[in-house]
Design a protein around this ligand. Structure first.
Ligand code: NAP
Length: 438
């Protein structure tokens, strides 16, 4: 006997879609076009009951049946089995998803801003009624990373995640690296081509990556990670000169989201941080080009795993959303309690000062005998041990020192850099960058 579904026996599930923008319009189109296939995979017919938008007459990326559009999201949610939220922003998304969950609907969302700030509230609401919240598209777009962390690696212990989770900044840094271009010029180009928003702050200052880091770390370490505990630095201070110098030393600069299990004072803890860092050209993350994303996961038993692909894009992201819709439909059909979030580990989240990495410090110094010894002395007094030094003539009477350090704590490093900056042999601290992945 074969295991097959009899289409005639399928239950029909009512699906409400909130939002028909870049992602929502593609989700609607795929739901309408691939209804039969999706029904076979989900074991239920997915009936798109309506699409909530702000403006019924707005131009859409794909043509959608006019009769499905509504401005009354509250009414559309009532009686729905699955609610897909693709509006973005905190409100009204939060209130409407809570209403959906409280009515027993399963929820699918791609809203990283909402999950990073109100995730626990949504997960608690889902737990109370046994429903589930699916959010594969909220981190790294089309790349399957949420399900691997939540399900495939549930029996393992994740040690570290290093992710390139923001396509805009990767596009900018990659072009700076390959063309020697300046940040401002590439940003202007990225805005013209639609890779960067008119207001690029969320991307270039690392806010978007920090939201994704909070989501990934919560899942990986079974611990609620509030957004405000994520250390965040953007890429606006990265110059063409820094990129060139990194390249000369065999590195590429990437904006990384790093989520790490670390032991501080014998207490198992986690660190979650976003900053531009040096990555060796031989590391798999160094070959992530353009607006692509990649997430490098290290787990105790599985070893190193790399997830790579499109981190954004309407139709690409819609693929991840529809995968979630099928999962939600299967749960609805099977009944029982949905997969909840596991936050039982409840590990402490340590501030950046406790984090240990290697650094590259670039200084402009006076070109005189004894300067190198003075600099080395300040580093050693500060418990920062030197691994490599490259000296080059900078200009009249000045030299450039590029110092690679062994692992040191952030606290020791920043105190030492302050002392270097204040010393009479250092004219200028040109750059301090962390080295990751070594
Ligand atoms: P978008 O293009 O700005 O579309 C937003 C849609 O939501 C529009 O159709 C808008 O209606 C509707 N909307 C907004 N506020 C509403 C309200 N109060 N009531 C009813 N409808 C409302 O956004 P998007 O790029 O598709 O992104 C959607 C979500 O996916 C966001 O959370 C985003 O972070 C996430 N995401 C996007 C991407 C991507 O590549 N775009 C990738 C990963 C995740 P009108 O059309 O009438 O204005």
């Amino acid at each position: 006997m074969t295991r097959g579904n009899d289409p005639a026996q399928y239950r029909t599930l009512r699906v409400a879609l909130l939002g028909a923008g870049a992602v929502g319009s593609q989700v609607a189109s795929l739901l309408l076009r691939h209804g039969d296939e999706l029904a076979d995979r989900a074991g239920a017919r997915l009936e798109l009951a309506g699409i909530a938008v702000r403006d019924l007459d707005a131009a859409r990326d794909v043509e959608l049946p006019r009769e499905l559009l509504t401005t009354d999201a509250e009414n559309l949610i009532l009686g729905s089995d699955i609610v897909i939220e693709l509006m973005g922003g905190i409100e009204p998304a939060r209130t409407q998803l809570l209403a959906a969950l409280n009515s027993g609907a399963d929820v699918v969302t791609a809203n990283k801003a909402l999950l990073a700030t109100h995730g626990p509230e949504l997960f608690d609401a889902a737990d109370r009624v046994g429903a589930s919240v699916h959010y594969e598209a909220a981190a790294a777009g089309a790349i399957p990373i949420i399900r691997p962390l939540r399900d495939s690696l549930a029996g393992d212990r994740v040690v570290r995640i290093m992710g390139i989770v923001n396509g805009t900044t990767n596009y900018i840094l990659d072009r700076m690296d390959t063309e020697g271009a300046d940040f401002d010029d590439v940003l202007a180009d990225a805005q013209r081509l639609g890779y960067a928003e008119a207001d690029p702050t969320a991307d270039v200052e690392g806010y978007d990556a920090a939201q994704k880091a909070a989501i990934l770390a919560s899942l990986a370490f079974h611990t609620t990670v509030p957004l405000e505990t994520v250390h965040r630095e953007g890429i606006t201070g990265i110059s063409a000169g820094m990129i060139q110098q990194a390249s000369d030393a065999g590195y590429v600069i990437k904006l990384l989201a790093v989520c790490e299990r670390i032991t501080v004072d014998s207490v198992e803890s986690i660190s979650v941080r976003v900053y531009p860092a040096l990555v060796a050209r031989s590391h798999p993350l160094a070959s992530v080009h353009g607006a692509n994303n990649a997430v490098f996961v290290e787990a105790e038993a599985a070893g190193s795993l790399m997830f790579y692909g499109a981190g954004a894009g309407g139709v690409q992201t819609a693929s991840a959303v529809l995968g979630d819709v099928v999962s939600a439909a299967r749960r609805h059909i099977a009944g029982g309690v949905g997969v909840g979030e596991s936050t039982r580990a409840n590990l402490p989240i340590v501030p950046i000062a406790h984090v240990t990495t290697r650094y590259q410090i670039t200084l402009e110094v006076e070109d005189q005998p004894g300067v190198l010894a003075r600099v080395a002395g300040i580093l050693s007094e500060g418990d920062v041990s030197v691994a490599t030094v490259v000296q080059s003539a900078e200009g009249e009477g000045t030299a450039r020192l590029v110092i690679g350090t062994h692992r040191a704590t952030e606290a020791a490093l920043s105190a030492t850099v302050e002392r270097l900056a204040a010393s009479d042999v250092v004219d200028r601290v040109i750059a301090v960058l962390r080295v990751e992945g070594e």
